[in-house]
Design a protein around this ligand. Structure first.
Ligand SMILES: [Zn+2]
Length: 372
């Protein structure tokens, strides 16, 4: 009885799709649903982007906001890291005539120098007092056009996320999120996706913001939305990605190559808010970490950028409300990864495996740090 009904619905759906002229895509869709069902309970699901994901990405979004991790490239100079642009408050100026200057803002007469190497970029504060942080979440890698387990095309991101989640380094965020419990940041379902990527204006295969939104929508339908899930979209070697506003990850085109990665939030009208990061191939000039490094350029560069974006997703998930440096002219508006990115790398163990990755900014130490 049940089976008959299922068959009837399948026939009905197929007829409707044939009628609508969508058969090729609907085959892919059915395939993906079978795969997803067959593998439910295992940790890897094969995705394919369905017409409804494309529709959700193009017409069903609101509150799209992102924060770029700018590359060490000439084209990054002058590029705004935030979209939509954020007007940060002017840095507090100490005015000796002001009655509050001495009591609230003046530095003590003696400040000890920190042990070197160290520097004071600026402490971070919430941009909006009610701004949210991510107190615990599953990370969900989405591996695009390269399916070996664990994302080996990018090094070992699944292993890295697991080690990071079990490390003391991740507890650097405790001071911002207000919890100290262990195992709050884990790895959930991973996804592999095969997608057709068209050449962009530079002639190189290029993913648009909409392409990525559709991928994320297809995964978030399965694994979940809101603050408990952070998706990480891994883009293969030789593929560029550009923001609608112009800046790109495009190592082949120096004129537009402005960022290494970013984190993004969006509200889909059907499934709600989703948080994700985009991880292009990091073993390229402008994004690579200094060599030699314990695991080589690919693993350590991928890991460094992935941790940068995960830390910032945790401390500023909604982009315009979370922790930012608000009292420094030079780095005004920076998030905790930006403050330490490309400046100082550390080699230290994450749950006993050593990586060379960037540090993150700690208000507790007033410095870039590798411990809580
Ligand atoms: Zn950043």
């Amino acid at each position: 009885m049940k089976m008959n009904r299922v068959l009837q619905s399948v026939v009905l759906v197929i007829s409707l799709l044939v009628f609508a002229g969508w058969l090729p895509e609907s085959n892919a869709a059915a395939q993906s649903e079978q795969d997803a069902t067959a593998q439910a309970g295992s940790s890897v699901v094969r995705l394919s982007v369905e017409p409804e994901d494309r529709a959700a990405a193009t017409i069903g979004t609101s509150e799209a906001r992102y924060h770029l991790f700018l590359a060490d490239t000439p084209a990054a100079k002058g590029v705004a890291a935030d979209f939509p642009p954020i007007k940060f408050p002017r840095p507090v100026m100490l005015d000796s005539e002001s009655p509050t200057a001495d009591s609230e803002f003046a530095l003590p007469s003696f400040v000890a120098s920190p042990p070197q190497p160290a520097f004071y970029p600026a402490d971070v504060t919430r941009l909006v007092s009610t701004g949210k942080t991510i107190t615990s979440a599953q990370s969900h890698p989405i591996f695009v056009n390269c399916s070996p387990a664990g994302g080996s095309c990018w090094g070992n991101p699944t292993v890295f996320l697991t080690n990071l989640g079990a490390s003391s380094f991740i507890h650097l965020v405790d001071q911002y999120v207000g919890l100290t419990t262990v195992n709050r940041y884990t790895v959930g379902t991973s996804f592999t996706a095969s997608v057709t990527i068209f050449a962009g204006t530079s002639g190189v295969p290029t993913l648009s913001e909409n392409d990525i939104l559709a991928l994320v929508h297809s995964a978030a339908k399965i694994a979940g939305t809101s603050y408990g899930h952070v998706y990480h979209v891994f883009i293969p070697h030789g593929v560029d990605t550009c923001m609608d506003e112009g800046p790109c990850y495009s190592p082949d085109d120096p004129a537009t190559f402005a960022f290494c990665a970013y984190h993004f939030t969006v509200r889909f009208s059907d499934i709600g808010s989703v948080y994700y990061t985009v991880q292009p191939f990091q073993d390229v000039a402008g994004c690579v970490v200094p060599q030699p490094s314990p695991n080589g350029a690919l693993i350590d560069s991928t890991s460094s950028t992935l941790s940068h974006e995960l830390f910032e997703s945790i401390t500023d998930p909604d982009i315009n409300t979370g922790f930012r440096a608000l009292n420094s002219g030079a780095v005004q508006g920076s998030e905790i990864g930006d403050l330490c990115g490309g400046v100082l790398f550390g080699i230290f163990p994450l749950d006993s495996k050593k990586y060379e990755i960037q540090l993150e900014y700690s208000n507790f130490y007033h410095a870039c740090a590798s411990t809580p």
